[in-house]
Design a protein around this ligand. Structure first.
Ligand code: HXC
Length: 264
């Protein structure tokens, strides 16, 4: 089914003067969010483990007239995300928007999953979200900032072969709500986005066998997979003053897929 066009519903300068950081911003959903925020006036930093992906994305944003900064970091390493914050402060002196998007995943039954395999996904997704949020707090509290945590719908029901990722994503949603309580008084809003099946992502490439796609689409109320631009629009809403009284919420962007049960 064709996807709707993506002209923006927002003013192009809605994020003028703001600075954003998107973890895992070199590809997939993170890259789409970085581009969308830049198109709306934000200066955007992206971090990830692969320099070449970051360079390509920075080039893309700059070619479109935006301002961008790429910095390698593994979100599992607190000292590395602290270095990203230092680079952002040195370049722009502020941070208004943090998007915790970096994630790792693979399909594996629990009995075949090593403790290190389980822990690796928890460390990238959940601990990475904590690390980056904590490292960003000093800058975000100065700016009255916004945090957007990307989770998933894996934990809304039971998802086989995904004990590691479902547990990590459940933890991220818990972190979203708990940080909303702790950091609300500091003027920081923390919200989540739970994407469903989104085309153009590692998630779909890694987790869905192509022969299962048609069946998966039939089970989605909107009868199609989503686009990275549609997730980016949700992030733009949560980053903008249009959501000024929204905190601790998780916005599901899945075409209604989780209502209909697992794709497995
Ligand atoms: C079983 C596996 C495995 C697999 C790795 N491991 N892949 N176990 N099946 N396919 C185990 C390893 O054996 C090892 O345990 C441990 O995990 C760590 O593996 P490493 O390769 O050393 O880790 P690392 O190099 O840090 O890579 C992390 C990774 C990798 C998660 C394993 O896939 C990665 O970097 N992914 C990043 C990109 C990504 O996955 N994006 C998709 C996000 S999708 P042992 O015991 O052997 O040491 C997403 C969407 C969710 O988040 C929602 C979908 C709807």
């Amino acid at each position: 089914m064709p996807q709707p066009p993506h002209a923006s519903c927002f003013r192009p300068d809605v994020l003028a003067g703001k600075v954003a950081l998107v973890t895992g911003g070199g590809s997939g959903i993170g890259a789409a969010i970085a581009a969308r925020l830049a198109e709306h006036g934000a200066r955007v930093a992206i971090c990830g483990r692969t320099q070449a992906k970051l360079d390509a994305m920075v080039g893309e944003i700059e070619a479109a007239g935006g301002e961008a900064l790429g910095h390698t970091a593994d979100v599992r390493r607190f000292e590395q995300v602290e270095q990203v914050m230092q680079a952002i402060e040195a370049r722009w002196g502020r941070l208004d928007i943090l998007v915790n998007n970096a994630a790792g995943n693979f399909l594996c039954p629990a009995v075949g999953l090593s403790p290190n395999g389980f822990g690796t996904v928890i460390d990238i997704d959940l601990k990475g979200t904590f690390n980056t949020s904590k490292a960003a707090f000093p800058l975000l509290s100065r700016a009255g900032g916004v945090v957007i945590n990307i989770s998933a719908t894996l934990h809304y029901a039971g998802t086989p072969l995904q004990t590691h990722a479902a547990s990590a994503k459940a933890g991220i949603d818990a972190l979203t709500r708990s940080l909303a309580m702790e950091w609300g008084p500091a003027g920081i809003r923390i919200n989540g986005i739970a994407p469903g099946p989104i085309d153009g992502t590692e998630g779909i490439t890694r987790l869905l066998a192509p022969e299962l796609r048609e069946r998966a689409e039939r089970l989605i109320p909107l009868r199609r997979f989503g686009s990275t631009a549609e997730v980016a629009d949700a992030a733009l809403f949560l980053a903008s003053p249009a959501s000024a009284y929204v905190t601790g919420a998780v916005l599901v962007v899945d075409g209604g897929q989780w209502l209909a049960g697992s794709m497995a």
